[in-house]
Design a protein around this ligand. Structure first.
Ligand SMILES: [Mg+2]
Length: 345
């Protein structure tokens, strides 16, 4: 039986685990595995990006990026929205965020799907219809708060909430399936499940999510997650990493980076810091893969079992604010679950 304190610990584990994966991958994102090795050796701790890094240049070692920042923003919008997600407020929040990021002098701005949606809104498309083409991994990277707030059962309600939050930017079968997988994994952790249960629930949720939103072409997310985790299961870490980079893929496309995150989750055996390290060295969308994999892992271990010495060195995150958000999301979850049904999962 999960009590509220333990649920908040797991909620914090998901959010801060995600931040660890994000910050560890910040200096390696967009680079090839060979470049990463050349610039940094094997990344096992926070490092500052190389001076000419295309998007991370100038950031301090341990700095979080868009993945964590947008997850925390989405969490706040969920709390203020109540039962009906406020699409207009969400889009305005993303726009304000990008303005603030530019003012900070950062180059790590909105991703391709979110950008396209905002351009559509500026052209007069209503916010709740702007995400009809968004199929990259931006919804999956920031979805953890939905998994914290929504009980695992009924799974359809969780997946429907995921789809609702995707409508403005990522209203496609592929993006919704991807985000549903990650949200279900986090929800399973907050309900008390271990990492294997989380991974199984993710596949089931992705299958349901694929029926929602605008259909777009691409490999099936549920099938690809199941394939990717089976591909690396029981393999030595080095072999698993090669299979991810060669076959699964680490690009911004949902059908690559999201199954890759589940394969990392599998090789790491649900260990959040291990998941962050594996992701940071993969090449490609390292920070997002790390944020997803380590976030799901943290949701299954809880904050108190995360490496505190690394958390202390995170830059750009206020732990007290995250704790208050985690508590608010868990309170919303408990009020939805009503009885102790969810707690017994
Ligand atoms: Mg990022």
């Amino acid at each position: 039986m999960m009590d509220r304190t333990e649920m908040i610990d797991r909620a914090m584990g998901a959010l801060i685990g995600g931040a660890l994966g994000d910050a560890l991958g910040m200096p390696t994102q967009l680079l090839s595995p060979a470049r990463i090795a050349e610039f940094y050796g094997h990344v096992e701790d926070f490092v500052a990006p190389v001076a000419d890094h295309p998007v991370s240049k100038g950031l301090l070692a341990g700095t979080i990026t868009d993945d964590t920042e947008q997850a925390l923003l989405l969490g706040r919008i969920l709390i203020v929205s109540g039962d009906r997600f406020d699409h207009t407020r969400w889009v305005n929040t993303l726009l304000d965020w990008e303005r603030e990021v530019k003012a900070r002098g950062s180059y790590d701005l909105l991703g391709p799907s979110t950008k396209r949606a905002i351009d559509a809104i500026n052209d007069g498309v209503p916010p709740e219809e702007a995400g009809s083409g968004g199929d990259t991994n931006g919804a999956a990277m920031r979805i953890a708060p939905v998994g914290i707030m929504m009980p695992l059962e009924p799974l359809d309600a969780l997946v429907a909430k995921v789809a609702e939050t995707c409508r403005a930017t990522h209203n496609t079968s592929i993006a919704i399936a991807s985000a549903a997988a990650v949200a279900a994994a986090v929800s399973s952790g907050v309900a008390g499940g271990d990492w294997r249960a989380a991974s199984d629930r993710a596949v089931a949720a992705a299958r349901r999510g694929a029926a929602l939103g605008h259909w777009v072409t691409g490999g099936d997310i549920a099938a690809r997650i199941d394939w990717a985790r089976g591909l690396v299961r029981g393999k030595p870490i080095a072999d698993g990493i090669r299979l991810i980079t060669d076959l699964v893929g680490t690009g911004v496309a949902s059908q690559e980076s999201v199954p890759a995150a589940f394969a990392v989750f599998e090789i790491a055996g649900g260990d959040p810091w291990q998941a962050a390290i594996i992701s940071a060295n993969l090449g490609g969308d390292t920070d997002t893969i790390g944020a997803i994999a380590a976030g799901m892992a943290g949701g299954c271990t809880g904050f108190s079992r995360l490496p505190q010495q690394h958390i202390a060195r995170l830059v750009g995150i206020d732990l007290a604010q995250v704790r208050s958000l985690a508590a608010d999301l868990v309170a919303a979850r408990i009020s939805k679950a009503g009885s102790g049904k969810d707690a017994a999962a």
